[in-house]
Design a protein around this ligand. Structure first.
Ligand code: ADP
Ligand code: MG
Length: 311
């Protein structure tokens, strides 16, 4: 007989001891109970992944478990929040124990890595859909908002751009590409938690790059009421992405491709020395609105729109 809802929860998701001191009661009651010291605020986010919209039906369930948690932790990283608890709403077409084991292993391994507890959720039958809600702690008033960029601030990214976009192209059948690291970036992005924490009191604005640098930096610019210029030559690119651009001439990939989950942040000039090692300065904030790109000796206006559902 197939596992029922309660056995499924117990077998795959419950039973591990709570790791984070803020969490008092986890899976098993009507609600979880979380306690935060008065000096903290809770940063809360949720992201849903739907089969055939966000992932392919044949995706490795372990990678999927990793990714649905990683994209949520990435939002916490972008706020400078320390993750401590998540909930998981699972809608499954059927109970496939091997699939569930892989999914739970991928999910819980990443949770352990960041000392995040799975404190509750919901389990229903229906088209495969995964929703994670993540909660992070940030000292009162220190969250990194999108709205704080000012003219003269420098613009940084936390790591290479376009890797996951190239990984997606390879998954979709791009011939001839050697994409081990690109596929890894697409399947198992790492949330930049440590960098987000190190940016408290340093960055004036921050966002995670889920829809591409142009679109996501665009949100910072719009919400801060400023513009920017990006130097194409300063964009950090992996060897496979450089090679892809050289052969395809598709130089917009690192600006337009999503799913890298690096952080993009702005820093006042005076704080530039406090930016964590490994981050790259790629441009500067300007008073004039709009996003411009400096490339091959020219400056051009960039029209950036990330992926939009319903659009
Ligand atoms: P209720 O019907 O009261 O909402 P449920 O029967 O849905 O409770 O869930 C029982 C317990 O298991 C609750 O603590 C709930 O948070 C937890 N839970 C349910 N589904 C999941 C899941 N997919 N992952 C983690 N916890 C879950
Ligand atoms: Mg329920």
């Amino acid at each position: 007989m197939a596992l029922g809802e309660f056995d499924l929860i117990r077998r795959f998701f419950a039973g591990t001891a709570l790791q984070h001191p803020f969490n008092q009661l986890g899976i098993g009651d009507d609600c979880a109970l979380l306690n935060l010291p008065d000096s903290y605020q809770i940063a809360v986010t949720a992201d849903t992944m739907v089969e055939n919209v966000h992932f392919f039906a044949d995706v490795d369930p372990n990678a999927l478990g990793h990714k649905v948690l990683a994209v949520n932790l990435s939002d916490l990283a972008a706020m400078g929040a320390e993750p401590f608890a998540v909930t998981l709403a699972l809608t499954l077409p059927k109970v496939d124990e091997a699939w569930l084991q892989g999914f739970a292993d991928g999910f819980l391994a990443l949770a352990r890595q960041y000392r995040v507890d799975l404190v509750g959720g919901d389990t229903t039958a229906g088209p495969l859909t995964l929703t994670v809600q993540a909660m992070g702690a940030v000292p009162r008033g220190q969250a990194l908002l999108r709205s704080g960029a000012r003219p003269g601030d420098l613009i940084f990214v936390s790591g290479p751009l376009g890797n996951a976009g190239l990984g997606l192209k390879i998954r979709q059948g791009l011939p001839g590409a050697d994409g081990g690291s690109a596929l890894q970036s697409f399947d198992r992005p790492l949330p930049r938690i440590e960098i987000g924490l190190a940016l408290r009191g340093v960055a004036s604005a921050c966002i995670d790059i889920s829809d591409g640098l142009a679109a996501d930096l665009g949100h910072i610019l719009q919400q801060s009421g400023v513009g920017a210029v990006i130097d194409w030559d300063k964009l950090p690119l992996s060897a496979p992405v450089r090679e892809y651009i050289a052969t395809s001439s598709d130089w917009t990939l690192p600006l337009s491709a999503g799913d890298d989950y690096e952080l993009c942040f702005t820093v006042p000039m005076a704080a530039a020395t406090m930016v964590p090692a490994g981050c790259h300065c790629v441009g500067a904030v300007e008073a004039e609105s709009g996003l411009r790109i400096r490339r091959a000796g020219r400056i051009e206006q960039l029209q950036a729109r990330g992926y939009q559902h319903f659009a």
